[in-house]
Design a protein around this ligand. Structure first.
Ligand code: 6PG
Length: 479
């Protein structure tokens, strides 16, 4: 076969790799995929649409030799060592100028390391965050490429044609320098964790607290999905409430064990935010709740031991549905606000120069956190690309201000009623703290200086000061 035949190669024909490559083929590109497993390569060829050009091969050599140059090769294998192994196997087969893409959920420092390793060899290495799951990969994902600009230019035609489209614009664009693509995808996942946890907490309030049935919840979430909460995660939640179990007559959601899994991207977001000194408490709490959920046995023992009269209390109240909707809406806005503030800091402190308007632009379609809100954030960044925090934007300020009292109300009644609503609480605390001009941490500075001579700043004079606490005669001195 002509060795210039194929336009795009894929290493790994698992669910994401296969679907993404079929999507590439659907858009007129000749697509070749490698997988060690002949069943997967055969399945790939069988699933292709008539009229498309696809081929599955079982050696990397066969794939690389049939790609046009510069070769465009995407790796979609589990993050970590498997990616390094594939790169090592590819190196003897590729040439200077070829492009290797990592499309997995890779930790961003691994991307930086691989970029620095491959650059001197003349290989263009680019990390791309891909979101949208199986369906998105097949029919239009959101993609977040970052780093090597030459690679981005070569990949643009393919990526733009396979991406989801919103108002005719493809949900793919350049995310900035170095490992910005994987960094932005990591923060996307952190926001995803937060929104999912918030939805679960509101479900708890409505279901356990106010007695709404799965049918009621289906109706309510469907209704919410027609308004300002319109989003992928609300939409699938509405659908989940109608799914029946195929093993019993029950609703499937009631048969699922309350232990949440995770692959680590939410935890990474929290870890890196801590390292950078950025506050993302809603995401932190979402990770924490997954951790607590895994302690099922202990929780059952503790539940028996800590029974409280009248708790959990009934949360039935006038306007509860409406307050829940507004509380959820506000807390979801605050999840994006925290994630975007983290990207703002990463952009400066990690030198990624992330165009924040591009991040919210590509999240408008195809990805798990797509929602109508993204359009509002996109406008905010178009107006003021350098804003450190979306709570400084007029439109977002107005949205939050008109709904925040419902968040306060829901958090207060859930807390008194004995419900774990940490993500809602943390969203509220983030808001209250960020919008408070004078926090009580003047006292904390005094404590630090008292026991450790750590110094403090004053409200009326420049400089660092230390006080000999309790010793009137020694007083305070400028350090
Ligand atoms: C996406 C998802 C995807 C994956 C998550 C799941 O954007 O398509 O985020 O990447 O579903 O990584 O993560 P957890 O297993 O940690 O929940």
């Amino acid at each position: 076969m002509d060795n210039q035949l194929f336009d795009f190669g894929m290493v790994g024909l698992g669910v994401m790799g296969r679907n993404l490559l079929l999507n590439v083929a659907d858009h007129g590109f000749k697509a070749i995929g490698f997988d060690k497993d002949p069943v997967k390569t055969a399945d790939f060829e069988k699933s292709a649409n008539p009229g498309t050009t696809v081929k599955g091969v079982n050696t990397l050599q066969e794939m690389v030799s049939q790609l046009s140059t510069p070769r465009r090769i995407m790796i979609l294998v589990p993050a970590g060592k498997p990616v390094d192994d594939v790169i090592e196997s590819l190196l003897p087969l590729v040439n200077e100028g070829d492009i290797i893409i990592d499309g997995g959920n890779t930790f961003y420092t691994d991307t930086l390391r691989r970029y620095q390793y491959l650059q001197p060899k003349g290989i263009h290495f680019i990390g791309i965050g891909v979101s949208g799951g199986e369906e998105g990969a097949r029919f239009g994902p959101s993609m977040m490429p970052g780093g090597d600009l030459v690679a981005w230019e070569h990949l643009k035609p393919v990526l733009q044609s396979i991406a989801a489209k919103v108002n005719g614009e493809p949900c793919v664009d350049y995310m900035g320098k170095g490992a910005a693509g994987h960094f932005v995808k990591m923060v996307h996942n952190g926001i995803e964790y937060s929104i999912m946890q918030l939805i679960c907490e509101v479900y708890d309030i409505l279901h356990r607290g106010a007695g709404l049935t799965n049918e009621d919840l289906h109706q309510l979430f469907s209704q919410w999905n027609e308004g300002e909460l319109k989003s992928y995660l609300i939409e699938i939640t509405a659908d989940i409430f109608t799914q029946k179990d195929d093993k019993t007559a029950a609703h499937l959601v009631d048969m699922i064990l309350d232990k949440a899994g995770s692959k680590g991207t939410g935890k990474w977001t929290s870890q890196i935010a801590m390292d950078m000194g950025v506050a993302i408490p809603s995401i932190d709490m979402a990770v924490t709740m997954r951790n607590i959920s895994s302690l099922k046995k202990e929780r059952l023992a503790a539940a028996a031991l800590h029974q409280r009269d009248g708790q959990p209390a009934s949360l039935k109240a006038a306007n509860l549905d409406d307050d829940c909707r507004k509380a959820l809406y506000t807390a979801i806005i605050l999840s994006y606000v925290q994630g975007m503030a983290m990207l703002h800091t990463a952009s400066k402190d990690l030198g990624m120069e992330i165009p924040l308007h591009n991040a919210v632009k590509v999240w408008r379609g195809g990805c798990i956190i797509r929602s109508t809100l993204l359009e509002t954030f996109y406008s905010a960044y178009q107006k003021n690309p350098g804003t450190p925090n979306l709570l400084l934007d007029d439109t977002i300020t107005a949205l939050v201000r008109s709904n925040i009292n419902s968040l306060r109300k829901i958090v207060a009644s859930a807390a008194i009623g004995g419900y774990p609503v940490g993500a809602l609480m943390n969203a509220l605390t983030y808001y209250e703290a960020y919008t408070t001009g004078r926090l009580p941490l003047n006292l904390l500075q005094a404590q630090r200086d008292f026991f450790g001579a750590h110094t403090y700043e004053r409200i009326d004079q420049e400089g660092k000061f230390h006080t000999q606490w309790g010793k009137e005669e020694a007083g305070s001195s400028k350090q």
